[in-house]
Design a protein. Sequence first.
Length: 309
Amino acid sequence: MNALPSGGVIPELFRGLFDDAAVFPPGNLPLAEAVPAHRAHRAAWYAEAVGPFLCGAGRLGELAAAVSAGSASAGAAEGGAAGADDSVVAGDRPLKVGLVLPGGSIELAPALAAAAPFELAGVELATRDAAKAVAALDRLLPPDVPAAVELPRELLRGDGLDAVLDVLVDSPYRAKFRTGGLVAEAFPDEDELAAFLTGCAQRGLPYKCTAGLHNAVRHTDPETGFEHHGFLNVLLAAQETDRAAAAAVLAERDGEVLAKAARALTDRQIVVIRNSFTAFGTCSIAEPLGDLAALGLLSSPSPLHQEDR
């Protein structure tokens, strides 16, 4: 049985799970606020849970300006000004950025050039043609940079899912699946998500998710009525290769049931799960951590404040 560490240590099950999507909907945090907030996350006790700062290709110039302004302010506060070489440095290291390319392969080359001052942690490429996206990534992406390929959900239904996953499994790239959005239709039901998860599991294909997974447990949002998947549900379902079994895990709404299952995971199961479900984008970092603490799956040495979100 896996023993969950205490005293603020991030369990292996959750390390690097939360990509910082603060500037994306529904959070929409201004970059001038999101950059220092990300710096604070990377310096906090829970830093091992935090992935890269996600930024759309069209906002890289704005991001560089925000980082430069923050560095200049920090330098002035310490009695000196930040030099030109420090313009995109967060603290004493370049800002780790995950590039999000909603416009497809055509954005890749200019975005890679614009991202040169940052530490490029990955690329997420939206497309309607998986083979074309793979070819562009093969041609342009540096070999040490990971990438994920996202196709519209309507192309992943029926035989379309198998066709896309078969293209990706023969590549070095992950799949990406959208689990929510700003309208009810943006949220896949349990069976649709289970089809994606088990299709990837059967092929040994890693993936990330995005949108709608701020909370650990499946629930109905009381304000919108949207049905949100829980990221803990997805983690536990990631080890399933049977679609019905995965759907049942995704449908579970009892946090204590999910927490008990998480505590019972072996080290080997955790490796399998995290080799499959690698990360998800969240506009809040404190909210998912707070859920884990409330379920007894994370021991926090200090409170998670609203300003950490």
